[in-house]
Design a protein around this ligand. Structure first.
Ligand SMILES: *[C@@H]1O[C@H](CO)[C@@H](O)[C@H](O)[C@H]1NC(C)=O
Length: 401
């Protein structure tokens, strides 16, 4: 049954032989959006043929794909691969900087965490089994609600057999890594359902105030429900401390950090407003953080900065650190966005090695005394990667080529 489904959908793209051979599904610019858009979970290996770690992984990945196809519902979950040399656009769209990178795409959106577990067919299967499990926790009364470290999205429904609960489940599948998702059904919860309408609220970790979904967002509108729940439950800007640094590092996204003096409470508020207003669209590619500049004096020192230079903004890419040129430009969305874009494009890194790029026409002709390319220098190394989990991963960074 499920094979029939696949052959019909993919035959024109793949050819029967490739499919019959099994293994991970090859994704290209042509079939990518169609596949990830119609499959709940796609675990993708972004590889490069010349990379020995990619080559080592390949047979194990294909074995995993076959195992997953056998054990799980292939309409909901599958393993795939992208050849990054051939698929430039896909590779840059997902900010691939090392091979192989193993990413989970859920309902068309990249999950925050990369796959960092063991590289064996059994482990891939276990991981996907865990990921596909019902992400909603059920309660019988509000007494069952507990304090959680993460934000909670709580839905009260007349019945589980409703369009609004179906929509809630889809939202839950998208947000399950970032929030705790809870549902209650029936008469016990009527008190929380004004006018008898199904109701969704968000409870933030250190706050007793529940935030109710605005009446103009219908629960049945999955996209708007998900967007509202994500914005409300997941803090866009978090404070990094020594306690949570490892967890934050594990998410694998580079950090954009505001370092500030502990007594300066004004700049973090301004920073939050800037992120909410101008940088929301960047959140899948970077993590917004604040840090006490005295606690984290070491990374500042590393950048050649000290207490007197606070506040300042820097990026830690987990390879290198880069300082935002002038904190006074923090509220200029064009400059902040450009700073982030330059990280993703590799421009920040190139400039550190070779100086700012000159427009071709304006570049002075090289002379004997003044070569056009300055001697390479190196940006300060990442400090925060050392706070990350000691990796048992083997990947090749683009820079190590
Ligand atoms: C709710 O009630 C069911 C059936 O009595 C029970 O199995 C379940 O553990 C209860 N859930 C909670 C969160 O207490």
């Amino acid at each position: 049954m499920s094979n029939t489904f696949h052959i019909i959908i993919f035959l024109p793209l793949l050819g029967l032989l490739k499919f019959a051979a099994g293994g991970a599904l090859q994704l290209t610019a042509n079939n990518f959006d169609k596949v990830v858009g119609s499959t709940e979970l796609v675990l993708i290996n972004f590889y490069a043929d010349w990379c020995r770690f990619s080559n080592m992984l390949e047979p194990i990945w294909d074995e995993g794909a076959d195992l997953v196809a056998k054990k799980l519902d292939s309409k909901r979950v599958l393993m795939a691969k992208v050849d990054c040399d051939k698929e430039d656009k896909l590779s840059s769209r997902f900010h691939i900087t090392k091979y192989p990178t193993l990413k989970l795409i859920r309902n068309g959106h990249p999950a925050k965490k990369e796959y960092r577990g063991q590289r064996s067919a059994e482990s891939f299967l276990k991981f996907l089994e865990e990921e596909i499990r019902d992400p909603v926790r059920f309660i019988n009364s509000t007494e069952d609600l507990k304090e959680e470290k993460k934000g909670q999205v709580i839905g009260y429904f007349e019945s589980p057999n409703s369009y609004s609960y179906q929509s809630f489940m889809k939202m839950a599948s998208s947000l399950k890594d970032e929030c705790v998702i809870i549902a209650g059904f029936g008469p016990e919860f009527r008190a929380f359902m004004p006018g008898g309408e199904d109701m969704v609220i968000v409870r933030k970790p250190s706050s007793l105030d529940d935030i109710a979904m605005p009446p103009d967002v219908p629960v049945t509108d999955t996209a708007r429900l998900t967007d509202w729940a994500r914005r409300t439950c997941v803090p866009l800007v978090r404070e990094i401390t020594f306690e949570n640094a490892e967890e934050l590092t594990e998410e694998g996204l580079p950090f954009l950090i505001l370092f500030h003096l502990p007594e300066d409470t004004e700049t973090p508020k301004r920073f939050l407003r800037v992120v909410e207003k101008d940088l929301y669209s960047e959140k899948d590619g970077i993590q917004f953080l604040t840090a006490d500049g005295l606690t984290f004096a070491h990374p500042l020192h590393h950048l050649g900065k000290s207490k007197k230079d606070l506040p300042l903004i820097a990026i830690d890419s987990f390879r290198h650190m880069y300082v935002f040129p002038d904190i006074k430009d923090m509220e200029d969305p064009v400059k902040m966005k450009q700073f982030i874009a330059d990280l993703h494009s590799g421009k920040l890194h190139r400039e550190f090695h070779y100086g700012p790029q000159q427009p071709a026409a304006a570049a002075p002709a090289p002379t004997r005394d003044q070569p056009s390319t300055p001697a390479p220098t190196s940006p300060p190394e990442s400090v925060f990667k050392k706070l990350g989990p000691s990796g048992s991963r083997y990947s090749l960074l683009k820079d190590e080529l």
